[in-house]
Ligand binder design. Structure first.
Ligand code: ATP
Ligand code: MG
Length: 381
């Protein structure tokens, strides 16, 4: 193997200049990802694909398939676009992986002028594999699919497609501030924003006596997982010392406490968004997931800020979010104790109304939010 073929999806439907920019963004993201993993390789844009020239095809394919915008990546062998050469390469590949399959199929795709057709390649290529190893053709449900992707000047031969997250490359949208608690939901929500092009600026609010050091640790480790998916963007989180403000809220607000807390979070996030010229706020909230996330309560909390609040998990079910957290690598840490339940009142509000909350909520929480945001430190991860 000497190449990795990297495929992308959505961006191939955009108009030409937009698409060019997006491809260039993905190319530089991938080059940075290889760098971050100490993989030597050159990334090149070719018609509809990125090609990595490298000896470390396995590691490079893993790096590529972690990046937003990538649909799939295949360790491949680049050979001359001639029929016999392609059949030999298919047979070699089949021998290398002989103990991994009993049934197989050969698929070919072709662009350019060649003295052969794709069906011909599939038929003859299939025969070459059959001679090389002891296995049977199964076009319906093969254990392994060998593929030849034949272009003008070169043919790529490969036997696997490692799935990527799809979406759009990070950096093709304006940045967003992501409120990250380190629980199950918020890292997944932040990644959804990244998966559609926005670099995120993570913000973690330390709840003081209501939080804990392990809270902070799990939030930072979630941010690390996010940063790995966009090594050429600045994903260092802001850690906000919210302890005093949270105590203040807890002293004054009982039933609607979690709503005022969220309103304070949003105000902190808005202040940081202004400072960073970010285009909005992302949270891990989902409709009805907990008492602070009823439709009424989302209305009351969103009213705290003018900046748009995005909720990529709005309609996602918990088991689905858990699966995505596992894929992202943030599920394990989310298991660490969730002490902030101490802050929740016995009878939390589920049908919050702004007029009612404003009667008890201290007026100064927004001023405090600005001050707390201004004092926040951006930490290295
Ligand atoms: P998560 O939603 O992160 O899994 P959770 O479900 O325990 O954790 P909620 O109480 O549902 O958190 O909080 C709703 C949203 O508020 C979170 O998804 C996150 O965006 C934000 N949030 C909660 N706590 C914090 C915090 N300490 N710092 C920053 N953002 C937070
Ligand atoms: Mg949640």
């Amino acid at each position: 193997m000497n190449r990795v073929v990297v495929r992308y999806g959505e961006l191939s439907t955009k108009g030409r200049p937009v698409r060019r920019n997006m491809e260039e963004q993905l190319r530089s993201n991938l080059a940075a990802a290889l760098d971050a993993r100490d993989i030597d390789g050159e990334v090149e844009r070719t018609a509809g694909r990125l090609i990595v020239e490298t000896d470390a095809t396995d590691a490079a394919a893993d790096a590529a398939s972690a990046l937003p915008g990538v649909v799939s990546a295949s360790p491949a062998r680049a050979v001359a676009p001639e029929a016999e050469t392609i059949y030999d390469a298919l047979a070699d590949l089949a021998r290398e992986r002989a103990d991994e399959f009993d049934t197989y199929a050969v698929r070919a795709s072709r662009a350019g002028d060649h003295p052969f057709t794709s069906p011909e390649l599939e038929r003859e290529g299939g025969a070459a594999v059959g001679e090389a190893v002891d296995a049977a053709v199964d076009l319906e449900d093969p254990d392994m699919t060998f593929e030849a992707d034949v272009r003008h000047q070169v043919a790529y031969v490969f036997a696997e497609r490692r799935e990527g997250p799809g979406g759009l490359p990070v950096g093709t949208q304006a940045p967003l501030v992501a409120l990250v608690s380190g629980g199950i939901d918020s890292p997944v929500a932040a990644f959804e924003a990244m998966r559609h092009g926005s670099p995120v600026i993570p913000v973690y609010v330390d709840l003081g006596d209501y939080g804990g050091v392990d809270h902070r640790a799990r939030a930072l480790s979630a941010c690390e997982r996010l940063a790995e998916r966009a090594p050429n963007h600045d994903l260092r989180p802001y850690v906000v010392d919210g302890g005093a403000s949270v105590d203040h809220i807890a002293d004054h607000v009982d039933r609607g406490r979690m709503l005022s807390l969220r309103r304070y979070f949003f105000a902190v996030a808005e202040a940081i968004a202004e400072q960073e010229d970010a285009a909005g706020i992302v949270t891990g909230e989902a409709l009805g997931q907990k008492s602070s996330q009823t439709a009424r309560n989302l209305q009351v909390t969103s009213a705290a800020v003018d900046t748009p609040v995005h909720r990529p998990l709005f309609s996602a079910d918990k088991p689905e979010i858990v699966e995505r957290a596992k894929d992202l690598g943030t599920f394990e840490d989310a298991g660490i104790s969730a002490g902030c339940n101490r802050l929740a009142p016995d009878k939390p509000e589920t049908k919050g109304r702004l007029e009612g909350l404003l009667k008890v909520e201290p007026d100064d929480i927004f001023e405090r939010a600005k001050e707390d945001a201004a004092g926040a430190e951006r930490v290295d991860i």
